[in-house]
Design a protein around this ligand. Structure first.
Ligand SMILES: Cc1cc2nc3c(=O)[nH]c(=O)nc-3n(C[C@H](O)[C@H](O)[C@H](O)COP(=O)(O)OP(=O)(O)OC[C@H]3O[C@@H](n4cnc5c(N)ncnc54)[C@H](O)[C@@H]3O)c2cc1C
Length: 260
């Protein structure tokens, strides 16, 4: 079974994210990067599946040169190959542009049985890209998986819902998105870190993927960020001194707020 994991490499969690007021985008340059923890969980699930059923895992990311630190981490965890979609032509891509690039890179694989993505990334968390990728590849998307099972020609997930979970099955090839609590990603061991250094990261440009300015980059983006701003500051709380009627005052307050 060949599994492709799409994962983002994002600004390190220690970085206070800043938005460039002119570009209205996150400042990603000159900040330390890390493998998105959500992508690490998706990768962990793929590694467990191939350990159980045999096969290999290829990690694919689209990102700036700093993404290589996260790619090395994915290889050290156990991915056997990595593809880095790296080209100035990708800058400014919206979710559809990102999905087109990822889908084109997946199509270039000799074969794929399963694509695993995180349900949403930890920095932009729009939660749109995986289903776009599945649509472009023409494979079913099984989303919000809290457990994944592969059995011969099918994949089955437990799809998290507010009430519990639904059991969803599809024929392979398919795409699955994992929830963040699905597993505890492994910590890379020294052997894995050393082995990862010997693996060549395959770089792909937009031209390598036969994509042009109508597909990816700012010129192709149909999503536009119109404005960005800080959230309104929270007002002071209201303190109720209980002089015998505190319960009633709280109930009145909650009723006014429409909570009860
Ligand atoms: C107008 C516009 C311009 C933008 N310009 C830029 C820009 O210049 N540079 C930039 O970095 N971002 C840019 N973005 C943000 C970019 O669109 C998002 O980072 C990207 O589309 C993914 O969105 P997301 O993280 O919310 O995806 P989600 O849908 O939340 O991602 C879910 C999952 O899809 C997969 N996935 C998503 N993105 C990638 C990826 N890049 N590589 C591998 N797997 C992935 C992962 O499994 C991820 O966990 C721009 C957005 C807009 C609207």
């Amino acid at each position: 079974m060949h599994v492709v994991v799409c994962g983002k490499v994002i600004p390190d969690s220690s970085v206070t994210l800043e938005i460039d007021p002119d570009a209205k985008r996150m400042r990603r340059t000159d900040v330390p990067h890390e493998l998105d923890p959500a992508a690490a969980s998706a990768l962990e699930e793929a590694l467990r599946l191939t350990e159980q059923h045999g096969g290999s895992v290829t990690f694919v990311t689209m990102g700036i040169p700093d993404a290589s630190v996260g790619i090395r981490r994915a290889l050290a965890m156990g991915a056997s190959a990595a593809v880095h979609l790296l080209d100035d032509a990708f800058a400014g891509s919206d979710t559809l542009g990102t999905a087109k690039a990822l889908a084109a890179a997946i199509r270039q694989q000799p074969r794929f049985d399963l694509v695993v993505c995180a349900t949403e990334s930890s920095d932009s968390y729009s939660g749109i890209v995986p289903v776009q990728v599945a649509t472009l590849l023409g494979v079913p998307a099984l989303t919000f998986a809290k457990q994944v099972f592969v059995d011969g020609e099918t994949v089955t997930i437990h799809r998290q819902s507010e009430e519990g979970y639904a059991v969803v099955t599809a024929a392979l090839p398919a795409l699955v998105t994992t929830t963040s609590g699905i597993n505890e990603p492994r910590y890379p061991q020294l052997k894995g870190i050393m082995a990862a250094r010997k693996i060549e990261i395959q770089q792909r440009s937009a031209a390598d993927l036969s994509l042009g300015p109508d597909d990816v980059g700012d010129s192709a983006a149909r999503e536009r960020v119109l404005s960005v701003g800080a959230p309104p500051s929270r007002g002071a709380g209201r303190l109720i001194h209980d002089e015998g009627d505190g319960g009633r005052e709280i109930a009145d307050f909650l009723a006014q707020a429409g909570v009860i």
